[in-house]
Ligand binder design. Structure first.
Ligand SMILES: [Zn+2]
Ligand SMILES: [Zn+2]
Length: 185
């Protein structure tokens, strides 16, 4: 509860606050004030900072979100769907329903419930030049990015964009509007 503003050498406020206990800096005073305070979840349980909710409540929120999503989605019989599948139960993509079910029942046993599956839709990939350079330079000296020649990011971006237009790299993303059902035989 002891956040303090940071001042620049000329006496102006830096717009940054620090925690009086551990001296970590934060972008707003309320975060700095909460930094070393134990958080209490709305259910009354203590929770580890920086979480504002305890693990049980976070898990319950996720379960609720997944259930609502499933209820709202249109249901498509797996027999009528061909293509990539997002398995929420396995937290991964599969090339088709068969691969998904094989992996699931191998792991869970034949008596398990059918996993929660969604259809996928394709999307054209795009790449970010600045992000790519940033990744390449992470292990280099501080400021290596700033020392790159002016305009080089934009030049690489236009090369990457042209490459994407020519090659159309494609990936898949879950279509949470279309849930896949599967009748067990
Ligand atoms: Zn702190
Ligand atoms: Zn809680």
């Amino acid at each position: 509860m002891n956040a303090a503003p940071l001042f620049l050498a000329d006496g102006r406020r830096a717009g940054v606050w620090f925690c009086g206990s551990c001296k970590a800096t934060w972008g707003c005073d309320s975060s700095a004030a909460m930094c070393c305070e134990p958080s209490v979840c709305s259910c009354g349980s203590a929770c580890a900072s920086p979480w504002l909710k305890c693990e049980d409540c976070r898990r319950a929120d996720t379960a609720k979100l997944e259930q609502d999503r499933w209820l709202k989605a249109r249901k498509l019989d797996g027999m009528d769907y061909h293509g990539w599948v997002w398995s929420e139960s396995q937290d991964r993509f599969f090339r088709d329903i068969g691969e998904c079910l094989d992996a699931w029942f191998d792991e869970q046993g034949d008596g398990a419930d059918v996993p929660t599956m969604y259809a996928c839709k394709p999307f054209k990939m795009a790449f970010d030049a600045a992000g790519w350079i940033h990744g390449r330079l992470e292990a280099h000296y501080d400021g290596a990015e700033d020392d790159m020649p002016k305009g080089c990011f934009a030049e690489l971006q236009s090369l990457m964009d042209a490459w994407c237009r020519r090659n159309s790299p494609t990936s898949h993303t879950p279509d949470f509007g279309t849930a896949i059902t599967w009748e067990r035989l």
